[in-house]
Design a protein around this ligand. Structure first.
Ligand SMILES: *[C@@H]1O[C@H](CO)[C@@H](O)[C@H](O)[C@H]1NC(C)=O
Ligand SMILES: *[C@@H]1O[C@H](CO)[C@@H](O)[C@H](O)[C@H]1NC(C)=O
Ligand SMILES: *[C@@H]1O[C@H](CO)[C@@H](O)[C@H](O)[C@H]1NC(C)=O
Ligand SMILES: *[C@@H]1O[C@H](CO)[C@@H](O)[C@H](O)[C@H]1NC(C)=O
Length: 273
């Protein structure tokens, strides 16, 4: 982490390739993985998603959000990752892929994804929706894909747990690309006294005694073995930011990097190309 951070601080440009070695946690991105899929029984679960997007979750991909297993959720790093999924039961399901965005964590140890009931039902063949729901859990396959938000830049939302001016908690929505945000720094706009935020939980980053004035942000995103720094140079948050509320603050940038495929070998046993 220290190495990564020092590269990060040394780089002045808006978006730069950072040459550091990361554990290839995201390797084998192109692999198709087999797993199981279940659905949420409660509508509330979507809004209460562990990533902390609240009711904004449903704006990310219409209603097609998902809770991911701990190995995909990765303590919140996996929040906002996009996947395409499809059901593998030919007697009940279509063969078409459905795009989902991770907004929650599931501890259901039989599945990698739990989706809302209507997303689940949409995988069914005509007139098989009820039968699929009765089955409850089905074989599926998934691939991580590029997230694309037409008409939206990466946007900040001040979390309701914030207390101006001592404690800032912020989540970032509309995270495009096929990468993970692994570091967030904040400084007064125009300044260089960067302070790093900590991942509080899910997609929520926090800092006590944040800089004063309008706030600019820097993001480090990783894809496989590489990292990119993105710098939102403008005052993303105004000097008198307020906790909570429904306001989204445009960072003026969008993440569009694609994860490198760190696969040196062919896909694992439960993966197919
Ligand atoms: C999965 O969870 C259930 C219920 O929490 C538990 O009984 C079971 O032992 C778990 N299975 C595995 C493989 O961890
Ligand atoms: C930010 O979140 C982390 C992780 O939950 C926590 O340890 C830390 O105390 C929080 N920071 C503040 C200032 O509350
Ligand atoms: C995204 O940011 C760019 C560059 O700052 C800006 O020109 C554009 O209007 C923004 N897009 C949206 C949808 O806000
Ligand atoms: C990503 O965005 C940057 C800056 O807007 C642009 O120069 C680059 O071509 C984009 N890359 C892809 C793969 O779209």
């Amino acid at each position: 982490m220290a190495v990564l951070k020092s590269f990060y601080l040394a780089l002045p440009c808006t978006s730069i390739l950072v040459a550091f070695m990361l554990t290839p946690v995201l390797s084998c991105n192109s692999c198709t993985h087999r797993s199981k899929l279940a659905y949420y029984h409660s509508k509330r679960a979507i809004k209460a998603g562990a990533c902390g997007y609240g009711s904004f979750a449903a704006r990310l991909n219409g209603p097609n959000v998902a809770a991911a297993s701990p190995r995909l959720y990765r303590d919140g790093v996996g929040c906002s990752a996009c996947y395409q999924i499809r059901c593998l039961d030919p007697s009940l399901c279509r063969k078409t892929w459905q795009k989902i965005v991770v907004t929650d964590l599931t501890t259901n140890n039989q599945t990698d994804f739990v989706v809302p009931k209507h997303t689940f039902a949409a995988l069914a063949l005509p007139h098989k929706g009820a039968a699929l729901r009765r089955k409850g859990i089905v074989d599926m396959e998934y691939e991580r894909i590029f997230c694309e938000y037409k008409g939206h830049n990466l946007s900040a939302k001040v979390d309701s747990s914030s207390r101006y001016p001592d404690y800032l908690a912020v989540e970032f929505l509309y995270q495009g690309g096929q990468t993970d945000i692994v570091n967030v720094d904040v400084a007064q706009v125009g300044g260089f006294d960067w302070k790093y935020l900590t991942r509080n939980h899910g997609a929520v980053w926090n800092i006590s005694n944040p800089p004063i004035g309008g706030l600019q942000f820097r993001f480090l995103v990783t894809s496989g073995y590489e990292g990119y720094m993105l710098w939102a140079r403008k005052a993303v948050l105004p000097p008198h930011w307020k906790a909570g509320g429904r306001r989204l603050y445009d960072t003026g940038l969008q993440i569009n990097q694609t994860a490198l495929d760190g696969c040196t070998n062919s896909c694992d046993v439960n993966q197919r190309v």
